[in-house]
Structures are given as C-alpha cells and as structure tokens.
Design a protein around this ligand. Structure first.
Ligand code: SPD
Length: 357
C-alpha cells in the first residue's frame, strides 16, 4: 500500500512539474494567450512605432498579421485554427461575421476612450450601438489621377475611365466590391444591387474597359502611382491621401454618379485568447494622441474627433478626405448581401480579372 501511495505521489509531482514547465516555456516564448495580443489587420494600416509603444505601456507582446481583403480575412477566421484577439473588418464583413456568430459582444466599460469617437461614426446600421465593433478608420472609394500626365484632363465620372486615351494607364484596387461596384455605379445602379442581370451588365461593361487597365493590385498601387508608372488609380481614399501629401500633381475625386463610403472597425473574434489584451489594444488605439499618430502615418481618415486637434490643419481640413455629411450622406455603404450573393460578386470579379490579363 505504501508503495502504491509513493507511486501516486511521484506521478502527481512529475505531472505537475511537466505542466509548470510547459506553461513557463510557452510564456517565455510569447505563446501564452495571457502575454500576447494577436492582431489581424489590413496591410499598411498601422504605424509600427505604435505597436512598440503599446508593448512597452501594456507589457503585452504583439503578434501582428495582415490581410488584403475582407474575403481573405473572413475565410481565415471561418476556417478556424487561428487565435486572433483583434481583427479589423469593414462594415459588411462585420455584419456577416456577426450573423455567423464569429464575434464577441464588447463590454464598453473596458473602453473608456470610446468617448473620443465622433457620434457620426457610432451606432451605424451594420452594428447597432457598437455591440461588436469600434471605429478604426473610414473613407471613400474614388479615383486618383496625375493631372500632368493627363495633360490637364479632369476626371469627374466613373465613365471617364472608358476613355480611349487612357489605354494601359489605369490601376485598380484588388477588391471585388470596389471593382464590380465601379461597373454598377457607372450604370447608375446601386452598390448593393442584387439583380443578377444588372450585375452581368456591369461585368460586361467592365470587360470593355480592359484595354485601359494596366494592373489590378494591392498596396503596391501607392508606389506605382507615386512613381508615375500609371496615371490613374481606383483607390481607397487613404491611399490617395498618403501619396498626394508628397506629390501635388495628383488629385483625388469621388465620381459624380456616387461611390462607396466605408468603415473599418476593430472587433474581437471568437478566436480570441486574450480578452484583456484585446481591450487594452482597442482602448490604446482609441486614445486621441495615438489615433492622431496613426492617422498621420497611415494617411486614412480618423473617426476620432478628439484626435483632430493633434493633426496638422492641412490634413484635418482637407475635404477630399474629410468630406462633410452632405457628401457622405449621398454615398452608399456596402451591405451584407448574404453568402450566395457575395460569392456571386467574387465570381464575376475573378472572371473580370482573368479577362483583363
Ligand atoms: N492598406 C489597406 C487599407 C485598407 C482600407 N480598407 C478599406 C475597406 C474597404 N471596404
């Protein structure tokens, strides 16, 4: 009997020791959910100095991964096997993720800096009362163009992009909703059109633009336009703002037929392992000075009203990137069109991409 007790004690002590060792090793290598915050954000969408600042102030180590489309981000989270504590989807993706039960409701008492957000960006239809998300950046979709390379020709309409003089001069952002949306808008259809005949008509019209398309690209679009390798780009507003600050030959326009108004918000996915770390990061990014640092670095428009006073006037008063509600009210926000319809937009976009190669 004594022998058996000894064996039991030995097994208990050894197992406890192994467990302690595993835990300790994980923590020191930064794998413990308690010590790390894993962030999944768009590429080129944060000032790296802020990550360092957050790590220093909070004691957490940040693991940072990027994506280049809402679709890629959602697929990764839907598939499982990830441990993201924070993700930054756009509005229609937030609505879809919420429907698929992929998001954790937020405890606003842990986000005192939420008070800094302009009420204009709170409580929007895709996430009423901000139950699941808090604003990060916002903007429009529009056309950036090099006035000098176009010999003074002005661009005001989506339909200008079919002009024969623009042969091989246009870059498009690599986004299904943006590109199909451009076709829809040029025909005066809604960006949330669910009518398949309209969608096919838009795709066929886009096919006719292919001689003008130089490439469909991701974040490289900024470098290509800045280096004058293309004279026109269909871009998210913040990308235009970033390069225009260094090149006054460039201008940005939201076409007269209308365009997209979008919102990228921070969420805590169901995959989160470190809720306290996620709240700490969100609250840190909602701090006005941090939001201003990020805005200056990234170029996108901040929804943080209290941050505006820390920004140079030429940024905060540029109505191309801080359009007033009279303009934004006329723009359309993407809706969650449902799994099947979103897949149809993607299918048409892929066909268009093949066609334009
Ligand atoms: N550098 C990429 C920035 C991402 C901007 N998000 C745009 C969301 C459009 N729905």
């Amino acid at each position: 009997m004594k022998q058996l007790t000894r064996v039991f004690i030995l097994v208990f002590v050894v197992s406890f020791g192994i467990l302690y060792l595993i835990n300790h090793l994980n923590a020191s290598e930064g794998y413990s959910g308690d010590k790390t915050v894993t962030i999944f954000n768009w590429g080129d969408y944060i000032d790296p100095a802020l990550i360092k600042k957050f790590e220093k102030e909070s004691g957490y180590k940040v693991i940072y991964q990027t994506f280049d489309s809402n679709e890629a981000m959602m697929t990764k989270i839907e598939q499982g096997g990830t441990t993201f504590d924070i993700a930054v989807p756009s509005e229609y993706a937030i609505s879809k993720m919420k429907d698929e039960n992929l998001l954790i409701p937020l405890d606003h008492s842990k986000l005192p800096n939420l008070k800094n957000i302009d009420s204009r960006f709170m409580d929007l239809p895709f996430d009423e009362k901000n139950k699941y998300s808090v604003p990060y950046f916002w903007g429009t979709v529009g056309i950036i163009y090099n006035k000098e390379m176009l010999n003074g020709k002005e661009i005001t309409s989506w339909n200008d992009l079919w002009d024969k003089d623009l042969k091989n001069k246009i870059l498009l952002v690599d986004g299904a909703r943006e590109v199909i949306g451009m076709g829809l808008n040029s025909l005066n259809y809604s960006l949330n059109d669910r009518n398949k005949a309209h969608l096919v008509e838009a795709k066929e019209k886009l096919d006719k633009m292919t001689p003008n398309i130089k490439a469909i690209v991701g974040d490289e679009i900024k470098m290509l336009i800045a280096n004058e390798e293309a004279s026109v780009g269909v871009v998210w507003s913040g990308d235009a703002a970033e390069i225009m600050s260094e090149n006054d030959k460039l201008d940005y326009v939201v076409p007269k037929e209308g365009s997209n108004l979008w919102f990228d918000n921070m969420v805590i996915p169901k995959t989160a392992k470190n809720m306290e770390g996620a709240y700490a990061f969100m609250n840190f990014m909602l701090d006005p000075e941090n939001a201003a640092i990020n805005t200056e670095y990234v170029g996108y428009s901040t929804p943080n009203k209290a941050a505006l006073k820390y920004l140079p006037k030429e940024i905060s008063s540029d109505t191309r990137f801080y359009p007033n509600p009279e303009l934004t009210d006329k723009l359309e926000v993407y809706e969650n069109l449902g799994k099947k319809m979103l897949a149809y937009y993607n299918e048409l976009f892929l066909e268009f991409k093949m066609h334009s190669k």
